[in-house]
Structures are given as C-alpha cells and as structure tokens.
Design a protein around this ligand. Sequence first.
Ligand SMILES: Cc1cc2nc3c(=O)[nH]c(=O)nc-3n(C[C@H](O)[C@H](O)[C@H](O)COP(=O)(O)OP(=O)(O)OC[C@H]3O[C@@H](n4cnc5c(N)ncnc54)[C@H](O)[C@@H]3O)c2cc1C
Ligand code: FES
Length: 272
Amino acid sequence: MSFSGLGEVVMNTKVGPEHFLMRVYVPQLTKLAKPGRFVHIRCSSGMDPLLRRPISLHGIDYGKGTISLLYQVVGTGTRMLAEMSPGDGIDLMGPLGNGFTIPDGINKALVVGGGIGVAPLFPLVQSLKHYGIEQTVLLGARSAAFVIGREQLESLGVKVKIATDDGSFGYQGFVTGLAEDVIPAAKPDYFFACGPYPMLKGLISLTKGFGLSGQVSLEEYMGCGVGACLACVCKNRTGGGTEQPASAGGFEYKKVCTDGPVFEASEVILDD
Ligand SMILES: Cc1cc2nc3c(=O)[nH]c(=O)nc-3n(C[C@H](O)[C@H](O)[C@H](O)COP(=O)(O)OP(=O)(O)OC[C@H]3O[C@@H](n4cnc5c(N)ncnc54)[C@H](O)[C@@H]3O)c2cc1C
Ligand code: FES
C-alpha cells in the first residue's frame, strides 16, 4: 500500500555544494515509511519533466509525520526541487520499493555509502543502532566538500570513516580501498551499501573474498515507479548466488522499483 498526493514542504535547505535537505509533512506516507524505500516525486506542475523522480527516504519521523529527503541537484527535476520553499505543496507517491531487511543474528555491520548513496543509509543506521548492532560506516566522496552527513552519523554514536578520491579528507582513494583496509580489523558479519555501480561492483567482489554477505540498494532510471513500464529492470541471478555467468543465461530481470531497490548482494549482476 502506498500514498499518492500532496505533502507540505516544511524545510528545504542547502547542505552541500550541490546538495539539499528537504523535510516534508506527509503523515499518511510517513506511517508506511521504512529505511531503503523511496518516494516518486512529480517535480513540475507542467510537462517538463514529465516523469516523476525517485528519491530515497533519508529521514523518517513517525511522531511528527515527516520524511526527509537528501538530494543532489543533477538536472531539471532536482533543480526544481531545490527551488521549493516551506509551505509549498509537493506531489509524492510512496513509499515505494522494498527497503532494507535486517537479518536475524547479525552483530557487526559494515555500512558503505558512495556519493549521494549516503541518503538512504541514515535511517538504516538508526535502525541498526536501535537493534544494538555495532556498525562501522564508510563514506566515499570525490572531495571533502562532497562528504555529506558525516556529523549527522557521528551524532548517532557510530564509527564513521571517510574516503575521498582526491585525498582532501580521510583515506585517499575509493571507498572500496578503505573497506579493504577496514574489514580485517572491524570484522563485520554483514554489509549494506548504496552508491554508484562501479563502487557496488567493487564492494561485492571484495566482500565476497571475505565471505561476507549483504544487501545493496540500486539506482536505475525510472518511469512509473510501480512495476508497470519495465524502465528500471536489472539483471538478477536466479536461485540466489549461483555462479552461472549471465552469458550462460543464469539471470532473470527484476524491477528495481518493486523488487528492489534493495537486493541481496550475491544476486545482483552489475554489467559494465
Ligand atoms: C530508488 C532510487 C533512489 C534514489 N534516491 C536518491 C536520493 O536519495 N538522492 C538523490 O539525490 N538522488 C537519488 N536518486 C537519483 C535521482 O532519482 C536522480 O538523480 C534524479 O532522478 C535526476 O533527475 P533530474 O531531472 O534532476 O536529472 P536528469 O535531467 O534526469 O538527469 C541528470 C543526470 O543525472 C543522471 N541520472 C538521472 N537519473 C538517474 C538515476 N536514476 N540513476 C543514475 N543517474 C541518473 C542522468 O544520466 C544525467 O546525467 C535515486 C534514484 C533511485 C532509482
Ligand atoms: S519504473 Fe516502471 S517498472 Fe520500474
């Protein structure tokens, strides 16, 4: 079940070089919210852009009936979101998608966000904390200015380590390199990740080497957001974790909007 209708923007603030944090009062949607699910937003009242834009739930306040969205301005739709002001109505569908599942029996989690992939991880980190699961959070960004959400995560009392491509903050290099350094000492028994596909590919391969299973949240271009248009399909290994290559037919297509966006890491096939 999901909500479709208007929410009210209560805050929309610039929090990074291209990043905004928006809070929306929408109690009917908030009560269905869960980490890893997303909203599909009609950014314009006109024809451009025609399609809704998917944005993850970054914050969920069940008591106040609000959700928060952390978004990066990359094109027309997100630019329009950035122009919204408190009091404006915002046309939302959601929450959509499956969300993260916290498996029974995990004690130490590794949480890895690349770029704006940090957005859906914040409510997940809150849930992991709620269940008493120890966690190490790794954030990767192109430079210090693009590290978003570090203080917010640290304020929850979790360990946060940063990797920047240019070395302007923290570990110099990709967050997968940082993960390779961190895993032997942190000894996580599960991982969660969201970020660009090359990062996820690297991380899936790395964690497999450590015998670590986990979940990844995927981003694909979306149309309908509700499983009808097939715009968002991705390849998924049938049978979960078989080694049969995609070229040998060992996959099926799954819809990121309804089967995902969160998938078992062992099941996803991320083509180049
Ligand atoms: C499930 C899901 C959750 C998401 N959550 C967030 C979030 O919390 N915060 C956030 O900032 N962004 C998020 N995104 C990405 C966001 O939907 C796109 O950045 C947005 O749709 C771009 O719209 P636009 O009109 O501003 O840009 P467009 O003009 O449509 O595109 C501008 C640029 O962004 C690229 N782009 C557009 N859509 C995507 C996409 N889906 N995946 C990868 N690249 C894309 C285009 O190739 C182009 O280079 C999410 C995407 C998905 C599928
Ligand atoms: S966006 Fe239409 S099927 Fe997923």
